[in-house]
Design a binder for this molecule. Sequence first.
Ligand code: HEC
Ligand code: HEC
Ligand code: HEC
Length: 396
Amino acid sequence: MKTILKTLAAALAVVAVPAAAQTVNAGKYQVIIGDCEGCHGKDLAGGVELQTPFGKLVSSNITPDKDTGIGNYSAEDFKQAMTKGVAPGGKRLYPAMPYPYYAHLDDRSLTDMWNYLKTVKPVKKSINVNQLRFPYNLRIGMLGWNAMFFHPKPIVQDPAKSAAWNRGAYLVNGPAHCGACHAPKNMFGADKSTALTGTSLQGWFASDLTGDRHAGLGAWSVADIVEYLGTGRSNRSMASGPMAEVVEYSTSQMSNADLTAIAVYLKDLPPSRGNGGAATGVDVQMKAGAVAYDISCAACHGRDGKGSAIFPPLAGNANITQVRADTIVRMVLAGGKAVATPTAPTGPGMPSLGWRLNNDQVANILTYVRNNWGNQAPAVSPETVGRIRGSLRSGS
Ligand code: HEC
Ligand code: HEC
Ligand code: HEC
């Protein structure tokens, strides 16, 4: 009886929410899926710097302020900007704003999102968006880019797959824009293919998300992926850098059903060609690396590489065995802080060790870590460590 009453009350509560509030709530959830705060800032007033291979872009103010935000947009203007990359006055947006992915949003979702954005507090803040190098700073160039690369194909439902798989395919390839970081790019910054086989990104390597056992998510379960996206950590890896921000502003606030859908879809991706297998002919590096690892790393990550409740494992962690070692080199040189989420408010820190270890030592340790405890991946060279040390110094 009690449960019947509860269900009844819940049903009434749903009916009692006015239609306007419902679309605003639905729109807020769309903003979470699209990770708008990740680029436009927590207050959506913009000013967040984005490094691209073509120079610097600064995100615009998308609060309803009339002078400096999008307060003069109509609902139709908003839909054009989101799905065609064209702002009022014919201004061509750069694809650092992921409109090629948002083009998959349906009309209902866009209306909800617009209704929510109108309720956000207006902030007066003008932004100098375009700080790209010549000739990329000329917006007219985007006409050509769009003609060559902007052909959003509809994401078709596959009736042979489950509802969760189809929802996952839509989120990953559509509004959650995972490929914006995880798909390889061509020299014009457009996705080379939609396969999520990983790519270098601002001194990190956005991991291979396919089913490869060493370089991808082959060894992860659906539950591992859901936990990672929901909290920023699983017993396989911890999110840092750009992925920590995605978790903080977007995936940690998604529903469990949506996270499961994403995981089901990712688990079904065919394995990539992998990372090229174990390093060979590196006995000297491996021996030196083993000794240095025990001194500098084992205290936290364990001699067995298994980590603990607060330190991520390095054994069986696909982040360690990506084709390119950018993320882990950067981690050792500059340290990092794991993401803080509502369920785990303070993330543990990884100390920066770049001041204490030279390029050879870092290369030895990481070659050892990438080829011990069942891990397999190509060796790391001192030159790679030097390149990333250089990019950290120049702040890009
Ligand atoms: C990966 C970073 C990124 C994400 C995520 C992102 N944006 Fe943007 N957005 C940008 C950048 C950069 C610009 C400026 C582009 C330009 O001026 O060419 C921009 C511009 C815009 C504009 C045009 C403003 C104008 O100049 O008139 C709108 C509208 C907008 N974004 C809305 C959104 C919404 C809504 C979301 C979430 C669903 C979102 N953006 C997510 C980076 C991002
Ligand atoms: C802004 C860029 C960016 C976006 C967008 C992004 N990622 Fe990532 N992701 C990264 C980077 C960089 C890493 C590697 C660093 C790390 O693991 O902390 C990573 C790591 C991961 C990992 C861990 C893989 C491993 O082997 O440890 C998973 C799983 C993942 N991302 C899933 C996703 C999914 C699903 C989406 C879309 C909802 C997504 N990412 C969107 C940048 C991004
Ligand atoms: C004082 C403890 C401590 C020491 C010493 C330490 N680490 Fe870490 N390490 C951490 C913590 C905490 C994290 C998680 C932080 C994060 O993901 O941002 C981490 C993360 C990492 C990651 C990223 C893992 C992932 O899943 O993305 C790598 C790679 C790594 N450490 C390698 C090393 C190596 C190699 C050494 C020795 C040269 C070392 N660490 C020394 C605490 C430590």
